[in-house]
Write a protein that binds this ligand. Structure first.
Ligand SMILES: Cc1cc2nc3c(=O)[nH]c(=O)nc-3n(C[C@H](O)[C@H](O)[C@H](O)COP(=O)(O)O)c2cc1C
Length: 246
């Protein structure tokens, strides 16, 4: 279902989102970082369990190691700020010694709540004119990341969050049209002609964007990513860290 929309400054900010991977070489003032953290942790929390922690990585040696673990993403080392969002049931295990963890639902809650906290942080960050990027690539080295950050059982380094003053201005990536993803009362299969039209739109964006232009389409991108398990070691790691029963 689509229709006319109205706007306000928050909606405009959200609609102007784009990831930023290059930053000016100047720090983000601490009071801005504190404001971002306060906005982040004002988010809703399932059963008010508050199962999220943030590790601000300031040590340049650790930053360099995380950058490599994330698949040589240089912005992890170079960003003025790099935070790791951690799903964290560990803190609560101290309060409830007879806890029963290892159920998929707890994994879903930990990841959902942590992502919601993080997105509050992302929007707050952008509201200051800063730019940033989520770094799920950290999970390429999930075991090493956990070790480097001295994470205990029942925690999970979900993704990183790099940000600073933008030194690039990327074009926005065109999203799937609303009729392909917003339905009324029941699920609708994608229409072939709508998908073909979106493939052309995104293909055009890929071909003409300033940074890393390429020949591709939505179908090609999704097919390449979905044809194999990306991080097969995560399952064993989740069992080791108490998120799933062994
Ligand atoms: C959870 C999550 C993890 C991501 N991890 C990475 C990453 O490791 N490296 C990267 O360059 N982009 C990463 N991204 C950014 C996406 O590639 C980006 O949001 C998407 O291509 C849309 O572009 P836009 O954010 O500029 O609109 C991640 C995004 C999300 C939501």
């Amino acid at each position: 279902m689509t229709g006319n929309s109205i706007s306000n400054p928050v909606v405009e900010l959200l609609k102007s989102h784009r990831s930023v991977r290059a930053y000016e070489d100047r720090p983000v003032p601490e009071e801005i970082c504190q404001a971002i953290l306060e906005a982040a942790f004002a988010a809703s929390s399932s059963c008010f369990m508050q199962v999220t922690s943030v590790i601000r990585v300031k040590d340049p040696v650790k930053r360099e190691k995380l950058s490599v673990l994330a698949g040589h993403q240089k912005h992890v080392a170079l960003a003025p700020e790099f935070w790791v969002f951690v799903a964290d049931y560990h803190r609560n295990t101290k309060l409830a010694p007879d806890f029963d963890l290892g159920w998929s639902e707890q994994l879903l809650v930990g990841c959902t709540d942590t992502a919601i906290v993080a997105q509050n942080a992302f929007v707050a960050m952008e509201s200051f004119g800063l730019g940033g990027l989520y770094v799920g690539g950290l999970r390429n080295g999930i075991a090493e990341v956990a070790e480097l950050l001295e994470l205990p059982e029942h925690t999970l380094p979900l993704f990183g969050f790099a940000f600073g003053w933008p030194a690039e201005d990327n074009e926005q990536k065109p999203r799937l049209p609303m009729p392909m993803k917003v339905f009324v009362d029941k699920y609708e299969e994608v229409k072939k002609e709508d998908l073909a039209a979106y493939d052309r739109t995104l293909g055009d964006y890929f071909a003409h964007r300033r940074s890393h232009p390429k020949q591709s389409s939505f179908t090609q991108e999704v097919s390449a990513i979905m044809k194999r398990e990306r991080r097969p070691f995560v399952d064993a790691w989740l069992k080791k860290f108490g998120w799933l029963k062994g």
